[in-house]
Design a protein around this ligand. Structure first.
Ligand code: HEM
Length: 380
């Protein structure tokens, strides 16, 4: 079967905005999604683990992560809608067949997210003493494990989107009387497992950065001993995430996408971006190591900015790779466009407004905790 025969026809409507703008907004929206998603992806399971096994400061680190989860999840899910919108605007010929083949797992994301979100709330309420420990702990574990399962479904969807050669095989294996059952998973694609674990490695590093930012800016109620512990914890966690990033990143790129590196080196822009992506965890890691003895607000904020740089570089590289993988099937950049200016302006205004409100809310939270910190110093 010629894989091209399975690709749906091009939409006669055309893109609503230039392709380059779709790419920028998709990558930027995805970077915002990842920055938040990482904290619940790795953070929820860590918080659940520390709730069960941790003592003293270790347990407290878990509580601090859990305290942020309801807010972080709400922001990250909203940011996720942005890349989802642009994937559907430009990659629909690949996105829809892939997610129809795996329709049930894909649809399950909706229910799984509700379940995990509730679990994260239960855990938080347990810390506040408002639900019984068994319910809170169960909620924490459900949240941690379900989020990892959701990440697996996303890794499936995104890898299946470009695995056009595998579609027919998957369809014949999972169809009944010519109709897809929607039960396919992309296991025949060797990149699935390293891709899934690779993002979890990035999530470990982002969670480490969150811990130091929380210690430096939002732990006014804790003592110096906790803040020093959180600084060391965050450096160790980042180191684990870094090794994970290198291990699974190498497996993913060199083991399953061996043509990616030479192709990137042949492209004048990617020749810079690709190697930068590979070394990008170096800077935030150094900034955390410098805070081994004592978290510093300046260095913690810089680590946050450097981590966003890592995430954005990674988003640009994977966007480039997605386009390279789809290049044999479609020239996405050269499709017709019918500019819909009014819709675009409304989108941009609402997007900017949404980001400003999110920023304002974060600033308020930091301010409240800073007040607590100052107030406490005053008292003692
Ligand atoms: C709440 C649990 C969620 C988790 C654990 C999660 C995790 C992930 C992961 C691991 C990826 C990368 C997959 C890969 O390429 O290998 C991803 C991508 C993505 N996520 Fe999320 N996500 C969650 C929720 C959401 C929600 C609710 C939305 C939409 C509203 C969303 C939108 C997206 C989109 C669009 C991508 C692909 C972006 C692109 O390739 O440009 N996610 N997510």
């Amino acid at each position: 079967m010629d894989p091209n025969a399975l690709i749906p026809p091009e939409s006669p409507i055309g893109y609503p905005m230039p392709f380059w703008l779709i790419e920028i907004l998709k990558v930027f929206g995805f970077s915002l999604h990842v920055m938040m998603m990482n904290i619940w992806y790795a953070g929820a399971i860590l918080a659940a683990g520390f709730g069960l096994l941790g003592r003293g400061n270790a347990r407290l680190v878990g509580h601090h992560i859990a305290r942020a989860l309801p807010f972080v999840i709400a922001l990250g899910i909203n940011f996720g809608i942005v890349p989802l919108l642009f994937i559907q605007a430009a990659y629909y010929q690949f996105f829809y067949p892939a997610t129809i083949l795996m329709a049930w797992p894909w649809f399950a994301v909706f229910w799984l997210v509700i379940m995990a979100y509730t679990g994260a709330y239960l855990y938080r309420l347990m810390i506040l003493g408002k639900v019984k420990p068994w319910a809170g702990k169960a909620g924490g574990w459900i949240a941690g494990l379900v989020f990892i399962a959701v990440g697996f479904i996303f890794a499936n969807a995104m890898s299946l989107l470009t695995h056009v050669d595998g579609w027919w095989n998957l369809f014949t294996r999972t169809s009944v009387a010519g109709a897809s059952t929607g039960l396919a998973l992309n296991f025949s694609d060797a990149s699935l497992i390293p891709r899934w674990f690779f993002m979890f490695g990035i999530a470990l590093t982002t969670t480490a950065v969150f811990v130091i930012i929380d210690a430096a800016f939002m732990s006014g109620r804790e003592n110096e001993d906790y803040r020093r512990y959180a600084g060391r914890f965050s450096a160790v966690l980042y180191t684990v995430g870094l090794l994970w990033f290198v291990g699974f990143g190498s497996w993913y790129i060199f083991g399953t996408r061996s043509e990616a590196f030479p192709t990137a080196l042949a492209d004048p822009v990617m020749r810079i971006i690709f190697p930068l992506t590979a070394i990008s965890p170096g800077l935030p890691w150094l900034l955390l190591v410098f805070q081994w003895k004592q978290p510093s607000r300046k260095l913690a904020a810089l680590a946050g900015v450097a981590q966003f740089g890592l995430i954005t570089l990674n988003a640009v590289s994977r966007q480039w790779l997605q386009n390279v993988e789809l290049a044999p099937y479609a020239n996405l950049a050269s499709k017709p466009m019918d500019l819909q200016l009014s819709a675009l302006i409304i989108f941009l205004l609402l997007f900017a407004g949404g980001i400003s409100i999110a920023w304002w809310m974060i600033a308020k939270i930091v301010h409240v905790h800073r007040q607590e910190f100052v107030g406490k110093k005053h008292h003692s």
